[in-house]
Design a binder for this molecule. Structure first.
Ligand code: FEO
Ligand code: CA
Ligand code: CA
Ligand code: CA
Length: 761
């Protein structure tokens, strides 16, 4: 995402270091030591049911098969790509790419082809959204049902994150109060006036998720099937079902009551879908990240009050970056799109005004004070069932959700989903299902989702300086939560919906902006990118977030400007473990930075900054790292790197000597084995102003799908069409010539080897 707008915000003012740690959790005593297995079923999620072949009774941990190319991943098989500022995608020799689809492309023949001039008169609900992000491939059979067989037919599902670049979709930028030439971040004051309905509709609808059918043609090339009945959008207006634990769903619905649904059973739309996840039963998980930024609270009538009887609304909102001041016309610190200014009769736009109304019922039925409670979730979508209603899985907590990645499923064992909350000094969470995994649930869609994603335990991570960590359950029965004085929790529903407060209460470890997680398919270890953190310093750092320094050249930033990748192994490899071992896999850095910054010994062949997207190939075992950077972009555009993973504990203990603005400290931490250039290489560099995000592969490992988000991000506010090409024109550039030339567009690219071989091997 365009992190310069949102993610640098801090809404965590808790002082966790000072909380007594009263939870001393014994390691759970597993009834049996189920060991996560690699090898079997590594060729895409469709194959995961093969794990049913594993005997879940198990000290017998040996994988029954191994993927041959995993061994080959001890070294990477391509030539490293140099850093680049070109407005193009650069790949190693022997690799080529095509564009699958780009922002605004039609999903079927009912709407005209995209003009790239902002002149569309339809509402974009039949077009590919903007800001391509997290992405997954789901194979289907001839009948359109999920399959684990390589049929050459699949649904490609992806998130469309933000409207930070919505100025590209109107003839002359965003309009407000009759003035045009505006760009998102300028709408910090709606006193500018009313926004046009069609512009707001396009902007709301290009958020969410797109589902398209892709087919492999002669020669192995995957292309879009525009005639497919599966092509559709789930967007910022789609009907959603609020789902959660049976014992708490009534309390959850009370928090969701709005004028739209006074029962709190349903809500409208999903927004700011960033990282993603998939489930072993074949559904897609969209994750709602910076959803807070869309809500406004214009100056209200005298006599209005924000507080409900218990005075909690403002406290809840503050922790999520939502507006709390009724008398000053400020939205969030980021500004909004001004959608709430459009007049309507069904509150499609009015719902973004979250001020309680004078004289309204305190339960929320007369206004949209609770609308923000309906965002901030993992949203489950069944790609193969267009009639299904997506579910907001409240049991997985409400925060700025990045990816939700499932651990290796083991038949007969609970499933674990790992999740980051991406803002500065936020946390890593885990949800463990109450139900044990049954491979027979593959293909059972939302019914299976209701089985695994409603009942379970939500945990938050605490990393300690000895290389260990604990999962602390977020439950109202914990006296640290029920007795928390900053926020007066009422019940478990309140804990789930205000999970950030609950995590504060139990003293979770504040991280350097947790972005994507990924699970190593070979050994089940969990990796998380900590993209960067400008508020990290020499007094608030810790072993898991150890660096605090100044970047002294080019785009000078400070704190932890280049980010790192942390990883952990659950005790006994159990999804239900309440403890883990961790180390730091990689530290981002500029190659010429000092040794106390460039701790992983990066060179010009593999140096990078701000890791964001993270993903493991199930064919090669390669760990793919994507960047969304603003610190090193004076030297290179954002990139995709390949790494050979190794394992937790394969490195050593080191001491980091920090110096930030003249303040110094030392931090002992644990670092993975140094990755020489043969084991960490730059594979791709993107066009100007983009981030690289979203990645998946074909079942045979011969095609890699990669998303290029927001090329031309630094295009200034514009008043004339000519300036839209200020920074980038990709993918309408000569090397690819995709679509109408001119304005830059987010896109999915399809990467293949000219010799038809496996990517990266
Ligand atoms: Fe949308 Fe945290 O990246
Ligand atoms: Ca991201
Ligand atoms: Ca970005
Ligand atoms: Ca620099």
């Amino acid at each position: 995402m365009s992190h310069h707008e949102f993610d640098d915000e801090i809404h965590n003012t808790s002082n966790n270091e000072h909380f007594q740690e009263v939870l001393s959790r014994n390691l759970q005593n597993p009834q049996r030591r189920a060991v996560l297995r690699g090898g079997v079923g590594l060729s895409m999620l469709g194959a995961l049911p093969l794990l049913s072949a594993c005997n879940s009774d198990s000290n017998a941990a040996t994988p029954s098969t191994t993927v041959s190319t995993l061994a080959a991943a001890s070294a990477l098989g391509f030539t490293t790509v140099a850093k680049s500022l070109a407005d193009d995608v650069t790949l190693p020799p022997g690799y080529t790419y095509t564009v699958l689809h780009a922002t605004g492309d039609r999903l079927n023949f009912t709407v005209p082809a995209y003009t790239n001039l902002g002149t569309e008169t339809d509402d974009w609900s039949q077009r590919v959204g903007d800001h391509h992000d997290g992405m997954e491939i789901f194979y289907i059979d001839a009948g359109g049902r999920p399959t684990s067989t390589d049929t050459g037919r699949a649904l490609l599902v992806m998130n469309h994150e933000s409207s930070a670049d919505a100025h590209f979709f109107h003839p002359r930028g965003q309009t407000s109060g009759g003035a045009n030439g505006k760009k998102f971040s300028q709408f910090s004051g709606w006193d500018l006036g009313v926004r046009p309905e069609l512009e707001a509709l396009k902007e709301i609808n290009h958020h969410g998720v797109s589902i398209v059918e892709i087919v492999r043609g002669a020669g192995g090339a995957w292309t879009l099937n525009l005639a497919s009945s599966f092509n559709r959008r789930v967007n910022g207006q789609s009907l959603m079902r609020i789902a959660g634990p049976a014992a708490h769903i009534a309390d959850i619905r009370k928090l969701m009551v709005t004028k739209f649904d006074t029962t709190g059973v349903t809500s409208r739309g999903t927004l700011n879908n960033c990282g993603h996840g998939y489930t072993p039963w074949g559904t897609y998980l969209a994750c709602e990240e910076n959803w807070n930024a869309y809500f406004a609270m214009p100056k209200q009538t005298a006599g209005n009050t924000l507080e409900n009887a218990s005075g909690k609304l403002a406290t809840s909102r503050s922790r999520y970056g939502l507006p709390v001041n009724l008398t000053a016309p400020a939205a969030t610190t980021s500004g909004t799109q001004g959608w709430h200014t459009v007049s309507d009769t069904d509150d499609r736009f009015a719902r973004f005004d979250i001020a309680p109304r004078v004289g309204a019922n305190a339960d929320g039925r007369d206004d949209f004070r609770n609308e923000p409670n309906t965002f901030g979730y993992v949203v489950e979508i069944d790609p193969t069932n267009p009639a299904s209603i997506p579910a907001k899985r409240v049991a997985l907590g409400r925060f700025a959700h990045e990816a939700a990645v499932v651990g290796i499923p083991v038949a007969g064992r609970p499933l674990a989903f790992y999740m980051g909350c991406d803002s500065q000094n936020e946390y890593i969470y885990k949800f463990v299902s109450a139900a044990n995994w049954d491979p027979a649930d593959f293909g059972r869609g939302m019914t299976a989702g209701d089985k695994y994603l409603n009942e379970g335990k939500l945990y938050v991570a605490k990393f300690t300086d000895d290389g260990k960590g604990q999962w602390i359950e977020l439950t109202f029965t914990n006296p640290l939560i029920s007795g928390y004085t900053t926020y007066n929790f009422a019940n478990q529903a309140d804990v789930l919906v205000n999970a950030r407060h609950a995590a504060d209460a139990v003293g979770a470890t504040k991280m350097d902006r947790p972005e994507w997680g990924a699970v190593n398919p070979v050994n089940g270890e969990v990796y998380f990118t900590m993209t960067n953190n400008s508020s990290r310093n020499t007094t608030n750092n810790n072993a898991a977030n150890p660096r605090a320094y100044n970047d002294t050249d080019g785009r000078m930033r400070s704190g932890n400007p280049n980010g790192h990748i942390i990883r952990f192994r659950e005790t006994s490899n159990l999804s239900t473990a309440t403890s883990f071992d961790w180390d730091i896999f990689l530290f981002g850095a500029e190659a010429d930075a000092g040794a106390n910054i460039n701790l992983s010994g990066l060179t010009d062949n593999n140096d990078f900054s701000s890791p964001d997207g993270l993903w493991f190939s199930k064919v090669t075992g390669i760990c793919w790292i994507q960047t969304d950077d603003g610190a090193y972009t004076d030297v290179t555009n954002c990139m995709l790197l390949a790494a050979v993973p190794g394992k937790v504990g394969d490195g050593s203990r080191i001491t980091v000597n920090n110096n930030l603005n003249g303040t110094t400290d030392t931090q002992d931490t644990f670092i993975g084995a140094a990755l020489g250039e043969p084991k960490l290489r730059r594979f791709l560099v993107g066009p100007k102003g983009c981030e690289i995000t979203g990645i998946t592969e074909s079942m045979d490992g011969k095609t890699l799908f990669v998303n290029v988000q927001h090329p031309g991000e630094n295009t200034p506010a514009i008043g004339a069409a000519a300036n839209f090409t200020f920074e980038s024109q990709w993918p309408g550039v000569s090397s690819v010539n995709y679509g109408p030339a001119g304005r830059p567009r987010s896109a999915t690219i399809v990467i293949r080897r000219t010799d038809g071989g496996i990517i990266g091997a």
